[in-house]
Design a binder for this molecule. Structure first.
Ligand SMILES: [Zn+2]
Length: 350
């Protein structure tokens, strides 16, 4: 009888955890190198000519993301998967950045001429038990396009920046669906346009999201295809010889995980998971200073939304036509994709 009681108690106490563990593993198993490679190779192929914001190539990338989300069973967050918007810049100063801020746009429109970019975020979601609490995970899909004045390779493929992250988030989305468990919080999967212009997509999304306090955390992925290491961005005048570039690529293998102080507990869970699941990545941890720049995380950190940001560091191929598929470390990227899935799981369910 005593034993019976113990077993019942055991069942009562631990069954939910066992189910959750099974669900986590089920999702995790769907993340694999081949899929990461397939998504990334398409997005960073020459055929997409560098996915410059506002071009047809970026639209093709957006259609691809939409197709993958839809196939995985992720619903459109808005009326469609696309959140279309426009960005403006004034005519006089060519170097003034494009803006999505309504006041800036009104000001520019008083001019006789202004520039306009038509852009679109791709946004899907999985409804949680709590419909009014959100965790957002995002990666920008646009890059630098082509430069017709370049002699030789003119395409900025943006394999690391940022096809790597799009490939990761697409797989994470599928993994969450496959887990079969409804998350506690609603998860939004966002693919930003216009990051390379001025963080436009994430800024537009956040500026128009109501109520903003409903977003409990943001996970940002930008440039997760390399192996880490703070490498100098060399001036084109001082080009690094190919053998030196190769050597630099192999050094300093780590993954930068930046996090807001508020999410320290989630960071600890992630470190445990990296060990437990043998993800094969070497985390390098840092607290994100408030209002820190660098990627779409800015749009969220400006509004004090806590965040986690995965990043494998700058390198000499950054924003050059050498940011190609062949330079991607797919094993590392697969590990980061799994880590992202696990941290998203915690943020959505803790
Ligand atoms: Zn970039």
């Amino acid at each position: 009888m005593k034993k019976f009681h113990f077993t019942l108690l055991n069942l009562f106490l631990f069954t939910p955890f066992i189910y959750a563990q099974n669900a986590i593993d089920k999702g995790l198993e769907t993340i694999n190198k081949r899929s990461v490679e397939a998504h990334l190779s398409f997005l960073a192929s020459d055929a997409l000519e560098g996915r410059k914001a506002g071009t047809n190539n970026a639209r093709v990338a957006a259609e691809y993301i939409k197709a993958v989300l839809s196939e995985a069973g992720i619903q459109a967050f808005f009326d469609s998967y696309f959140q279309a918007f426009e960005a403006y810049s004034p005519v006089r100063e060519k170097r003034v950045e494009f803006q999505v801020n309504a006041d800036s746009i009104a000001l520019y429109k008083q001019e006789r001429a202004y520039r306009r970019l038509s852009l679109q975020n791709v946004v899907g979601y999985i409804e949680g038990q709590k419909k009014d609490e959100y965790v957002v995970i995002g990666a920008h899909y646009d890059h630098e396009g082509i430069d017709e004045l370049l002699v030789g390779d003119q395409i900025y493929n943006g394999a690391d920046d940022n096809a790597s992250s799009v490939a990761a988030v697409l797989q994470v989305a599928k993994a969450i669906v496959t887990s079969g468990e409804k998350p506690l919080r609603t998860i939004i999967f966002a693919f930003w346009d216009g990051e390379e212009v001025n963080y436009l997509g994430s800024e537009y999304f956040v500026e128009n999201f109501k109520p903003l306090q409903a977003i409990k955390a943001y996970i940002n992925l930008d440039m997760v295809g390399r192996e880490g290491g703070v490498l100098p961005i060399f001036h084109p005048k001082f080009r690094v010889p190919e053998n030196a570039r190769q050597a630099l690529r192999k050094e300093n293998k780590w993954t930068h995980i930046l996090y807001s102080e508020k999410l320290a507990k989630v960071k600890d869970l992630l470190l445990e998971d990296i060990e437990k699941y043998r993800l094969g990545i070497t985390p390098k941890l840092d607290i994100i200073p408030p209002k820190s720049h660098g990627s779409d995380n800015l749009s969220f950190s400006l509004r004090d939304i806590p965040e986690v940001w995965f990043f494998t560091g700058l390198h000499p191929d950054y924003h050059t036509p050498w940011d190609e598929v062949e330079t991607i470390n797919f094993d590392n990227l697969t590990g980061i994709t799994k880590a992202t899935y696990l941290v998203l799981w915690d943020l959505a369910n803790e």
